[in-house]
Design a protein around this ligand. Structure first.
Ligand SMILES: [Zn+2]
Length: 219
């Protein structure tokens, strides 16, 4: 006969063995049924969404230190998750933000005007710089295209961008600019890009345009 102590001990050992066995079995099952396991986890997450949220909030409040530590230790992971979330719900978020700021503006008309004014003031230079860079890039693109792939005069090879402009090969430039309502060089460059770089133009420097004009007059 076993004493009570021995029986308890035996029971403990056997239940420990069983738990280990069960643990191993579950682990194996999870490894062999990865997709199914993921599905189960997902379902459980969805089912207990509110509970989890509540618990997490509570945990963060009661374990501030730990929560902070966790956040610091999982920076990369959190960033990834945020990125994924933004990719999935980007439109929704933008819409929400837009709506929220609209409501805020309605509630605080004077303050919102002030903020807008301040923003415009502090970002004026930035905006100008951006517009400037855009204009330069456009000019470079057009002049390079009509310079035959080189940012240079198609006649003499002059490459200082400030000396270069677009020449209407068969004259009539002024009339054409009026027709397309191009009040500035940038407008014209934009028009050329938008119309898929039509033929009839070339990149010339001021000198070569001047010479061309004289020759046309002589002929
Ligand atoms: Zn030239």
């Amino acid at each position: 006969m076993l004493t009570d102590g021995e029986r308890r001990k035996r029971h403990k050992v056997s239940s420990q063995r069983w738990r280990q066995k069960n643990k191993d079995y579950c682990k194996r099952w999870r490894e062999e049924h990865k997709d199914a396991y993921r599905e189960i986890q997902k379902r459980s997450r969805l089912k207990n969404k509110d509970k989890r949220k509540e618990y997490n909030q509570l945990y963060r409040q009661t374990h501030k230190e730990q929560a902070k530590l966790w956040e610091e230790n999982h920076k990369e992971q959190r960033r990834e998750a945020q990125k994924r979330y933004r990719e999935k719900h980007g439109d929704e978020l933008r819409q929400k933000k837009k709506e929220a700021s609209r409501i805020w503006r309605q509630k605080h008309p004077e303050l919102s005007r002030q903020t807008a004014r301040k923003y415009a003031e502090t970002h004026r230079r930035e905006k100008q710089e951006y517009a400037n860079n855009y204009r330069i890039a456009m000019k470079q693109k057009v002049l390079t295209y009509y310079g035959g792939g080189k940012l240079a005069c198609s006649m003499c090879g002059e490459s200082r961008i400030d000396c270069l402009s677009i020449d209407h090969i068969n004259a009539g430039g002024h009339r054409h600019l009026k027709e397309i309502k191009a009040s500035s060089g940038s407008h014209f460059y934009y028009w050329l890009i938008k119309n898929g770089f039509p033929t009839g133009y070339q990149t010339l420097c001021m000198n070569c345009q001047f010479i061309k004009r004289i020759k046309n007059r002589e002929n």
